[in-house]
Write a protein that binds this ligand. Structure first.
Ligand SMILES: [Zn+2]
Length: 436
């Protein structure tokens, strides 16, 4: 007896030996995938979902975001980077309240579930609050507070907010929700702290057994200032100080040297490639093909909504593929299947969740999405992988399941009061941006 049986689905498994099953079946029991195959399995199901004209695939993994920033969607477009950050973003962030965070995070999670993202890596403030919301709404998430300390001498771990939040995350939320929620340690970036702080965060990560999240070589300025300051690239100086001695996600990696790529590959560090944010803030274009050729794991992220302005990871998938082709003058530089890996298996590996999610395979947890490809936008389709990478968007997502639970289906949210979430976000956005 299955809890749920998906019938007659075009399945993208993301398993290399058998990546697509046409008109197949996927059975779910509890939180696990217990059947995948061409034939209808023996036994009944409490619920059968007919998947005619639908593609079934693993939920997408967003390895770099600041979910609460969804309140700032469209708030500050078309500014130069410094003006954007110092005149627009920082003053509003200074006014954020727990209520505003709750509104932003809830809206962001609703958008992610609606557009097929099932697992995220999130760096921001008020993270215990965000973790509680994630626990309640059912999304899978790894939370961190990126520690910033411009003056190492003034850094006091007893009163530092990043340290306090990291401890709360580690002690109360790490592995909560049957492993769905995780705490990560985080150094915000090389240029916002210094070696003393990095060693402190390393020790904290080791004490609690946490992975690391960091921004790395996002802009040319940041990369070159580091070389001027330390005589080394951000990757080299952070590696020398032990930051990559544990599983880590490095967001952006736009300005890496080839030596940097070798270091990160040898340390098993994953890049969170954020093509749209990097384009919108004119930071540059990360060289995904080269990072993969150097043996790095590359995954995808949206970054915050103030530099994107959406959490729809299908857009990042298409941009990642097209940018790799266009910048190399080689249309074979990143094929559809390899691009889809960035958003699924590679994302799972980046988060240390490769034995939980990322593929449609017996024994893995059931983080599954269904895309409705019956509209004229996606007809006809010859190859489900091509359709998903080049023709669809998150708006085609019909159903989102995490740990075997359906959280969104055909316009209906099961765990979020969507009308209230939108009303709250609208009202809090006005409050924080007007300084009320
Ligand atoms: Zn970021």
């Amino acid at each position: 007896m299955f809890d749920i049986l998906f019938c007659n689905a075009d399945i993208i498994t993301m398993c290399d030996e058998n990546p697509v099953i046409r008109g197949g079946y996927v059975g779910i029991n509890g939180k696990h995938i217990t059947y995948v195959g061409n034939e209808r399995p023996e036994g009944k199901a409490k619920r059968c979902i007919d998947c005619c004209h639908k593609v079934l695939m693993p939920g997408l993994v967003n390895t770099h975001t600041h979910t609460a920033m969804s309140l700032l969607r469209g708030y500050a477009d078309d500014y130069a980077l410094n003006e954007w950050l110092f005149d627009k973003v920082f003053p509003v962030e200074a006014r954020l309240t727990e209520q505003a965070i709750e509104a932003g995070v809830t809206l962001g999670f609703a958008e992610m579930l609606r557009t097929g993202t099932t697992s995220i890596s999130d760096m921001y403030y008020f993270q215990p609050k965000a973790a509680q919301i994630a626990l309640d709404c059912g999304i899978r998430a790894s939370f961190c507070n990126g520690i910033i300390a411009f003056d190492a001498d003034a850094f006091n771990p007893e009163s530092d907010r990043g340290v306090t939040e990291t401890k709360i995350l580690a002690e109360r939320f790490h592995n909560a929700g049957d492993g769905r929620i995780k705490a990560d340690a985080s150094i915000h970036a090389e240029y916002t702290s210094s070696p003393k702080i990095w060693h402190f965060v390393n020790d904290m990560a080791d004490k609690y057994g946490l992975n690391m999240q960091i921004h790395l070589s996002e802009t040319k300025n940041e990369h070159e200032n580091c070389i001027e300051k330390y005589g080394k690239t951000p990757t080299a100086i952070l590696a020398e100080n032990g930051v990559f001695e544990r599983k880590a996600i490095a967001a952006h990696c736009v300005w890496l040297s080839e030596d940097d790529m070798d270091i990160l590959a040898s340390k098993g560090v994953s890049c969170a490639h954020n093509p749209i944010s990097n384009l919108k803030l004119a930071s540059g274009i990360a060289n995904v093909r080269k990072m993969l050729d150097h043996g790095m794991n590359v995954a995808l992220g949206t970054d915050g909504c103030c530099s994107n302005n959406t959490h729809d990871l299908f857009e990042e998938i298409r941009f990642a593929s097209l940018l790799a082709k266009g910048t190399s003058y080689d249309p074979t530089a990143l094929c559809a299947y390899d691009t889809l890996k960035l958003a699924t298996v590679n994302g799972a590996l980046a988060q240390g969740r490769e034995n939980e999610i990322g593929r449609i395979k017996c024994g893995l947890e059931a983080d599954i999405i269904l895309l409705d490809l019956s509209s004229p936008i996606t007809r006809p389709y010859y190859d489900p992988i091509s359709a998903v990478v080049y023709s669809t968007s998150g708006r085609d997502v019909y159903m989102t399941m995490i740990q075997g639970k359906i959280l969104y289906e055909n316009g209906e949210y099961k765990t979020i009061d969507i009308e209230k979430a939108i009303a709250n976000a609208d009202s809090l956005a006005t409050k924080i941006t007007n300084g009320e």
